[in-house]
Design a protein around this ligand. Structure first.
Ligand code: NAD
Length: 489
């Protein structure tokens, strides 16, 4: 397969200034996929300079023309869907059926949504005192740095770049070192559809080097970050030098509550999707199952049967439902939580190890893992970020709200019930940026995505996202006013 392996700076694919290379591996068997140019500080500086140079013309381009480029990009992504899905699947381990059905279409849909929005983002006129006109422009911020993780790399190109570009900003995006390939393919398509040089720059590199430089760069006016809460803190510190705006989409520990009146078959299927899709490597994964004690056994019986039947295999096989985790280091980290669970008195009900079979030996595979644990246990408090779900029972609504809200996070959570009033009441009580009722992990380009507390601030997608990529400029005009007589002589 033909991979793009160079940095995308100023509209050209270029080598890294000091020739560094990142080896990117196929998590199915840890074979080498490609050596990708590794951006370091000098490359980040070049990318920021290219973006700064492109900014005046890009911000002044008719918004409809910026939008048209994003719409063309969405079309190009759709017409290259097979190729993009394959690259994503090889680099990340996402099952190809998910990459084709979710990752790539969602990427196109998000670019299309923001393409359509580019010329609908309007300022306003404020009804101020007589004699004055006051209007508010929504202006782009300038050069924005965007740093994304490895769990949904192609989708994050659109979540991050879509609103920023539509609003007239120029972008330097750093993909995760583990999964740079699909973003570079998107860069190829951006060049093909005619984005002006420098408007977008894509610079794979390591977090502590390239990411750090981008976060502290004086020429960058906003940093948008998706990743772990620990790195989020470093980003905030690095941003202080020039007081950048910061948007943080961080970790989560989603509570998924099953009440005793839930439609159990639907809740079982939805809860399996909530935690096992993408091998559980999702910030919004429903990784804490909270079961009403009256239905706990029945639910678990069905849930364990379903989890045991998930087809694990090579991600490029269309029959595969669960692929490998994205790296060996991460697999070991996920498995280490089995010992942590046992040490604290937890019980592994399913999985807790790699699947058996020669085809899994060299890959980063983990079986669907279900662990009975108590709310204060580490496995119920810390983000495991794998196909790893904890199970806890509860007696009543008050108790479950207390458990659900008792983590440092607040990203997404869900609940399953047939009681309409309870559904809305509990949704309001959950400390969380998103709540799903009788479904889980829904996302749409129009719906704000993000969290509260340790899950960060700011939103991807929707009007919130594009507004966050602008500053309000208030302009006052004296149209017919007798100014008050201060200092009039
Ligand atoms: P990570 O924080 O280790 O890395 C994320 C990105 O930050 C990578 O590109 C990395 O290179 C970069 N980075 C690392 N150290 C840096 C530094 N010092 N300065 C600047 N950049 C640095 O996270 P990860 O392990 O790649 O991703 C998993 C995490 O992402 C999980 O916690 C998950 O919940 C979170 N996540 C959140 C959302 C959301 O929308 N809230 C979505 C997906 C993933």
């Amino acid at each position: 397969m033909d991979f793009q392996t160079k940095l995308f700076i100023g509209g050209e694919f270029v080598d890294a200034a000091d020739g560094g290379v990142i080896e990117t591996l196929n998590p199915h068997d840890n074979s080498r996929l490609a050596g990708v140019a590794e951006a370091r500080a000098a490359d980040i500086d070049r990318a920021v300079a290219a973006a700064s140079k492109a900014f005046p013309a890009w911000r002044n381009m008719a918004a409809a023309d910026r939008g048209r480029l994003l719409l063309r990009l969405a079309d190009a992504i759709e017409s290259h869907a097979d190729e993009l899905a394959r690259v994503e699947s090889l680099d990340t381990g996402h099952p190809i059926r998910d990459a084709l059905a979710l990752d790539v279409p969602r990427t196109a849909a998000t670019f299309r949504y923001f393409g359509g929005m580019a010329d609908k983002l309007q300022g306003s006129v404020v009804p101020v005192e007589q004699g004055f006109l006051n209007y508010v422009l929504r202006e782009p911020i300038g050069v924005v740095g965007q740093i994304v993780p490895w769990n949904f790399p192609i989708m994050f190109t659109s979540w991050k770049m879509g609103p920023a570009l539509a609003a007239g900003n120029c972008v330097v995006l750093k993909p995760a070192e583990l999964t740079p390939l699909s973003s570079l393919k998107v860069a190829e398509l951006m060049r093909e559809v005619g984005f002006p040089p420098g408007v977008v720059n894509i610079v794979p590199g390591y977090g502590a080097v390239a990411g750090q430089r981008l976060a502290e760069h004086p020429g960058v006016q906003k940093i948008a970050f998706t990743g772990s809460t620990a790195t989020g803190r470093k980003i905030v510190e690095a941003s202080a030098g020039n007081l950048k705006r910061v948007q943080l989409e961080l970790g989560g520990k989603g509570a998924n509550i099953i009440f005793d009146d839930a439609d159990l078959p639907a809740a079982i299927g939805g809860s399996a999707f909530a935690v096992f899709h993408n091998q559980g490597q999702a910030c919004i994964a429903g990784s804490r199952l909270l079961l009403h004690e009256r239905i706990a056994d029945k639910f678990l019986d069905g849930f364990l049967k379903l989890a045991s039947s998930i087809r694990i295999g090579d991600p490029v096989d269309p029959a595969t439902e669960m692929g490998p985790l994205t790296s060996m280091m991460h697999r070991d980290r996920v498995l280490s939580y089995c010992k942590i669970a046992r040490d604290e008195g937890g019980e592994i009900l399913l999985g807790g190890k790699a699947p058996a079979g020669a085809q899994f030996e060299r890959g980063c595979y983990v079986m669907p893992t279900v662990v009975r644990a108590r709310p204060a246990d580490r496995v119920c408090q810390e983000e495991v970020f794998g196909p790893f779900v904890t199970v806890t029972t509860f007696k009543d609504e008050n108790e479950v709200i207390e458990i659900a809200n008792n983590t440092v996070y607040g990203l997404g959570g869900g609940l399953w019930t047939r009681d309409l009033s309870r559904a809305h009441r509990v949704a309001r009580s959950m400390i969380s940026g998103m709540v799903w009722i009788n479904c889980y992990k829904r996302a749409n380009p129009g719906s704000p995505f993000g969290g509260v507390r340790g899950s960060g601030y700011g939103r991807d997608m929707g009007f919130e996202a594009i507004t966050d990529y602008t500053s309000a400029k208030s302009i006052w005009v004296n149209v017919d006013a007798n100014l008050p007589p201060f200092y009039r002589r």
